[in-house]
Design a protein around this ligand. Structure first.
Ligand code: CAA
Length: 271
């Protein structure tokens, strides 16, 4: 998602530095942005000049010390608390004192990430939806210590990205995944219990409820490991068995069937 986030910032006039521990990922991210923008130029929804300007605003950072020049940092690393906390502690030591540290976490507590920094009042959740350049929503999650001033600044920035910000408080899954993931998990239970097959479950939700993608296709799109992780976060965070992950979801993840990214999930994809 990092590349998608970088794209929307650059397209809205911001100078953006992209950093990843593995430079191959940053390179891949820039190539993806380039490809998507060229497609837009081909369709006529973006001019060649705008394409050039957006690409010029994107910079590949070789070192995390690029944080020293940032006003806002949006982290989009793997959904592991210890990894996020290590990165936030490092960013906190590098970035100027005015810099806001945002996380794109899909369900981890903002307050717990903020706790490892010396500036919890400037730590906030900016939860983008996939695919980032297309989806309008950004959940803005206030940690326990996030100030109104920081919230307002991030809210205004989100509007400048041509996205719609929604204010959310820091509880497991926020709003999006607290509602979406139990629906996906229930679709997996429906398959597990033999009520209907994959195609038909998705067809019911697409044609019956006008969802753009069926829940199993959407699960494959998000990644089954991510879906399982979010269900576990809800289950643990609320201590309520209504959030127990379906055994079939666990089984697929154990098999390495993670959805689109591995070529196999509930459906099969060309990689
Ligand atoms: N990246 C960037 N742009 C993409 C894209 C991608 N992966 N996939 C499609 N698009 C763009 C296309 O280029 C096209 O753009 P134009 O209108 O400028 O031509 C536009 O989206 C529509 O694409 P298509 O006509 O090819 O396909 P579609 O109409 O079926 O739409 C979709 C594709 C937007 C992905 C749609 O199926 C959809 O909305 N699906 C549901 C997505 C969703 O629910 N996302 C939230 C997931 S949950 C999450 O992200 C949070 C979390 O924490 C897990």
């Amino acid at each position: 998602m990092g590349a998608g986030i970088a794209q929307v910032f650059a397209a809205s006039g911001y100078q953006v530095s992209l950093y990843d521990v593995d430079q191959k990922n940053t390179q891949k991210g820039i190539e993806g942005i380039d490809k998507r923008l060229k497609k837009q130029v081909g369709k006529g929804s973006l001019s060649a000049k705008e394409y050039e300007e957006i690409m010029e605003r994107l910079h590949l950072a070789n070192e995390i010390t690029a944080a020293q020049k940032a006003d806002l940092i949006v982290e989009a690393v793997v959904e592991k608390m210890e990894v996020k906390q290590a990165i936030f502690a490092e960013l906190d030591s590098l970035a100027p004192s005015h810099t806001v540290l945002a996380t794109n976490t899909s369900s981890l507590p903002i307050t717990e990430i903020a706790a490892v920094t010396t500036r919890p009042e400037k730590v906030i959740g900016m939860h983008f939806m996939n695919p980032v350049p297309v989806m309008k929503l950004v959940e803005i999650i206030r940690g326990l210590a996030t100030t109104d001033e920081v919230y307002q600044a991030v809210y205004e920035t989100t509007k400048k990205l041509n996205k719609t910000p929604v204010e959310v408080h820091d509880f497991p899954g926020f709003v999006s995944n607290r509602i979406l993931m139990p629906m996906i998990n229930e679709a997996v239970f429906t398959l597990y219990e033999g009520v209907a097959n994959e195609e038909d479950i998705d067809q019911v939700m697409k044609l019956g409820m006008n969802h753009p993608m069926g829940p199993l296709t959407l699960a494959d799109f998000i990644g089954l490991d991510t879906c399982l992780f979010i269900m576990e976060t809800l289950h643990k965070g609320f201590g309520d068995d209504k959030y127990r992950p379906c055994p079939l979801l666990r089984k697929y993840v154990k098999a390495g069937w993670l959805g689109r990214k591995t070529g196999k999930g509930f459906f099969t994809y060309e990689t």
